[in-house]
Design a protein around this ligand. Structure first.
Ligand code: ATP
Ligand code: LTN
Length: 328
C-alpha cells in the first residue's frame, strides 16, 4: 500500500480552509493508503520564544485531528518530538545538504526577510534538512503538498540521492503529489485571497472552534458585490462564488446547480452559514470531549508514537549502518 506522509505545524488554530482543503481529505485517505500524519512541533521551534505555547498548540491540534475523524487504528497520528529519530536523522541530513543548496530555498529567503528586525534562528535556515528527515524516516512514497512546498520535496530527493550514492541504497525516493482537488476556500472579507491563518483580520476566517453565532455572523457579513445576481463566476463574482463553493463542499452539491436555487444574497449567506454550523457541531463536540480528557488524548498519541517509532527506528538504524557508525 502506498505510504503517504503529511505534516502540519502546530501554529495557529485550524480554519475552514484547512478542513475543506486538507483535513477532510486526510480522513478519506486513511482508508485508501498507509497514512502517516505528523504534528511537527520541532519545526515550530524555529520561531518559538515562549514556554508552554508549542505544547498547548500541539495538544489542541491533535485533539482536532481526532475530532475531524482521523482514526488511530487506521492512520498513524504522531508528534514529531515523540520520535527522537527525527532530530537524530535531521543532523545527518544537515551533513548531507550543502550551505549553497539551503541558501537557495525560497521559503527561507521569504521568512527571513519578513523577520528582518527579529531573531532569525539557524533552525529556520536548516529547516529543510529536518523536513527531509521527516519524510525519509518513513520510507514515504508520496508527500501531498501545496506548490509552496515543492522545493522542499525536491531538496529531500537530492539529499536522498546523495546519501544513497555515498553510502549505498538506504532511502526510498519520495515524490510530491498535489492532493486531490479539495475546495479552495477564500477569505470571507477578501474573497480574492485564500482563507489563511496569516491573514491580518479574523473576521474573514471561520475557525473550526468558532461558536455557531460567530460563524453565522461571519457569513452574514461576508463581502459580496452589489449587482444582486446569484451566479457562479470566480472572476466576476468572487464573494458569491466562494459562498457557493463552501456550500457545495459542505452539502455535496455543485456550485453551479446551487446558484440556480437562489435569487438573493441573504438566503445564500444564511444557508452557507447554517450548513457550516451543522458540519462543525459534532466536530466541536468531540474536540471538547477530547481536550478535557488528557489521558485519552495521551493514549491516542501514544499509539501513534509507537507505530511511528517502530518505522523510524528501523530506517534510522539502516542509515547509521550504511554510514558505518558503530552499533552496540
Ligand atoms: P499559512 O497562512 O501560515 O500558510 P494556512 O492557514 O494557509 O497557513 P497551512 O498550515 O499552510 O495553512 O496549510 C495546512 C493545509 O491546509 C495545507 O494542506 C493547505 O493546502 C490547506 N489549506 C490552507 N488554507 C486553505 C484554503 N484557504 N483553502 C483550501 N485549503 C487550504
Ligand atoms: N514545511 C512544511 C511542514 C512540514 C512537512 C514535513 C510537510 C514539515 N515536515 C514533511 C510535508 C512533509 C510547511 O511549512 N507546511
Amino acid at each position: 500500500m502506498t505510504r503517504v506522509l503529511s505534516c502540519i505545524q502546530p501554529t495557529g488554530d485550524v480554519h475552514l480552509g484547512n478542513y475543506l482543503g486538507a483535513l477532510r481529505n486526510w480522513v478519506i485517505g486513511q482508508h485508501e493508503c498507509d497514512a502517516f500524519h505528523g504534528i511537527v512541533d520541532l519545526h515550530s521551534l524555529t520561531i518559538t520564544t515562549e514556554p508552554k505555547v508549542v505544547g498547548d498548540n500541539t495538544l489542541r491540534l491533535a485533539a482536532m485531528l481526532f475530532a475531524v475523524g482521523l482514526d488511530p487504528d487506521a492512520a498513524t497520528v504522531f508528534v514529531q518530538s515523540q520520535v527522537p529519530q527525527h532530530a537524530q536523522l535531521g543532523w545527518i541530513m544537515e551533513c548531507t545538504v550543502s550551505f549553497g543548496e539551503l541558501s537557495r530555498m525560497t521559503q527561507f529567503k521569504d521568512k527571513s526577510a519578513r523577520r528582518e528586525a527579529e531573531f532569525i534562528s539557524a533552525g529556520l535556515f536548516t529547516y529543510p534538512a529536518l523536513q527531509a528527515a521527516d519524510i525519509l524516516l518513513y520510507d514515504t512514497d508520496e508527500v501531498p503538498v501545496g506548490e509552496d512546498q515543492r522545493q522542499h520535496i525536491e531538496i529531500t530527493r537530492d539529499i536522498a540521492e546523495r546519501f544513497n550514492f555515498r553510502f549505498g541504497d538506504t532511502f526510498v525516493m519520495p515524490k510530491a503529489v498535489i492532493p486531490r482537488a479539495g475546495a479552495r476556500v477564500m477569505d470571507l472579507q477578501d474573497p480574492t485571497s485564500k482563507m489563511s491563518k496569516s491573514a491580518t483580520a479574523d473576521s474573514g476566517l471561520v475557525y473550526l472552534l468558532d461558536d455557531p453565532a460567530a460563524v453565522l455572523k461571519k457569513f452574514k457579513r461576508a463581502v459580496t458585490d452589489s449587482d444582486n445576481e446569484v451566479r457562479f463566476d470566480r472572476a466576476e463574482k468572487p464573494g458569491i462564488s466562494n459562498l457557493l463553493e463552501i456550500l457545495a463542499a459542505v452539502t455535496g452539491g455543485t456550485p453551479e446547480t446551487l446558484a440556480t436555487q437562489y435569487t438573493q444574497y441573504g438566503p445564500l449567506k444564511n444557508d452557507a452559514g447554517e450548513a457550516v454550523v451543522e458540519m462543525l457541531t459534532p466536530i466541536q463536540h468531540r474536540y471538547h470531549e477530547l481536550i478535557a480528557d488528557r489521558a485519552e488524548l495521551a493514549r491516542l498519541l501514544g499509539k501513534g508514537a509507537e507505530k511511528a517509532r517502530a518505522v523510524a527506528e528501523a530506517t534510522y538504524r539502516r542509515a547509521t549502518e550504511a554510514i558505518g557508525l558503530i552499533q552496540i
